[in-house]
Design a protein around this ligand. Structure first.
Ligand SMILES: [Cu+2]
Length: 303
C-alpha cells in the first residue's frame, strides 16, 4: 500500500487532475440544465430542481472554457461546458462498436448507450417523436446527417450511414433515458478512411431545391428562420412534431447547443438559442416541404 500522505509527483498530479475532472463535470450538468429545452415542450422535466436558475456563461466567458487548470486543485474555477463534448455523462456512456468505419454509401454503424448499471439502456422517453436522434457531422462542418437508428432487442442501435466522404465524423446521440436526465447529448468521433478535402462534404455538395430559399435572422437570443418558395414565405410541414429542427454547433470544438422551438411567428419558425460564448456557430435546419426533408445551413458570428 502506498502511503497516501506522502505525495509522489505523479500522485499529486493525479489528485489535481481528478479534482479538476470533478469540477468540470459538475459544471457540465449545470449548463446542460440551463441550455437544454428540459422537456418544456413535450414532457415534464424530472429531477431538475433549480436547474433553470443556473446561468450559462455568456459573452466574454469563453476564455474560461475547458479550463483544466491542473495544479490549482480545489481552487480551479468551475467552467461552463456545453453538451456534446463528452462521450459519457451523468452515468451514461455512448459505446460505438467500432470507431473506424468503412467508406461507402451504406455503411453499418452500431452503438449502444450504457446506463449507470453498466448495461445497455433499453428504456427511453420519446424526444421529438423518437427515442434517439443521431446527428452526424463531419468535423469540418460541411457534412451533416440527422438520422434515426433502430434499436435491437439487446439495446444496440444500428443504422446504415452514407459515408461517401472521408474524414473524421462526429456522431452525436441525442436522447432521454427513462429515469435519467431530461435530455442527454453524447458524442464520439468516427474515422472514415478516404480522400479528405476540407469544405467538400456532402452538405456543401447537396443540390438545393432551386425554388426554395431559407433565411436565418438573429433576433436577440432567438434565431428566426423563414422558408420561401419562389420568393413567397411558406410554413414548413410538421416534421417530428415541430415545424423544423435546428442544430447549432460551435466551430472549433463542435459543442452541441440545444435549441428549442418557440411558439408564434408563423410562417417563420423561431428558436431560442443561447449561444454560450463569442465565436462562430454552424446552424443546420431540418424542415419538410412537399413531403421531402431538406437541410439548410448557415454560419452565424457571435461577438
Ligand atoms: Cu431526429
Amino acid at each position: 500500500m502506498p502511503d497516501m500522505k506522502t505525495p509522489s509527483s505523479a500522485g499529486a498530479k493525479l489528485a489535481a487532475f481528478a479534482a479538476a475532472v470533478v469540477l468540470v463535470f459538475g459544471a457540465t450538468f449545470g449548463v446542460a440544465r440551463a441550455v437544454a429545452p428540459d422537456g418544456a415542450t413535450d414532457r415534464p422535466a424530472e429531477g431538475h430542481g433549480g436547474g433553470h436558475q443556473a446561468a450559462p456563461a455568456t459573452g466574454g466567458g469563453d476564455h474560461d472554457m475547458g479550463g483544466m487548470d491542473s495544479g490549482a486543485g480545489g481552487a480551479t474555477k468551475a467552467t461552463a461546458i456545453p453538451p456534446g463534448l463528452a462521450v459519457a455523462e451523468a452515468g451514461y456512456r455512448l459505446v460505438a462498436e467500432s470507431t473506424s468505419l468503412a467508406w461507402g454509401p451504406a455503411v453499418p454503424f452500431r452503438f449502444r448507450i450504457d446506463g449507470p448499471d453498466g448495461r445497455p439502456v433499453q428504456r427511453y422517453e420519446q424526444l421529438h417523436e423518437r427515442e434517439l436522434h443521431l446527428i452526424m457531422v463531419r468535423r469540418d462542418l460541411t457534412g451533416f446527417q440527422h438520422v434515426h437508428p433502430t434499436r435491437g432487442a439487446d439495446g444496440t442501435w444500428a443504422i446504415d450511414l452514407d459515408l461517401e466522404e472521408g474524414g473524421t465524423w462526429r456522431a452525436f446521440a441525442d436522447f432521454a433515458p427513462t429515469g435519467g436526465p431530461a435530455q442527454l447529448t453524447l458524442g464520439v468521433d468516427l474515422q472514415v478512411p478516404g480522400p479528405f478535402v476540407p469544405g467538400t462534404g456532402p452538405a456543401a455538395a447537396a443540390p438545393p431545391d432551386p425554388a426554395l430559399t431559407v433565411a436565418f435572422d438573429r433576433k436577440g437570443d432567438d434565431v428566426e428562420i423563414t422558408v420561401r418558395r419562389d420568393g413567397v414565405a411558406i410554413e414548413p410541414e410538421p416534421y417530428l412534431g415541430a415545424r423544423g429542427h435546428l442544430v447549432a454547433l460551435r466551430a472549433g470544438d463542435l459543442a452541441y447547443l440545444h435549441v428549442h422551438p418557440l411558439e408564434g411567428g408563423a410562417p417563420a419558425v423561431r428558436f431560442g438559442a443561447e449561444l454560450p460564448t463569442a465565436g462562430s456557430y454552424a446552424l443546420f435546419f431540418d424542415y419538410q416541404v412537399g413531403g421531402v426533408v431538406h437541410t439548410a445551413t448557415t454560419t452565424i458570428e457571435v461577438q
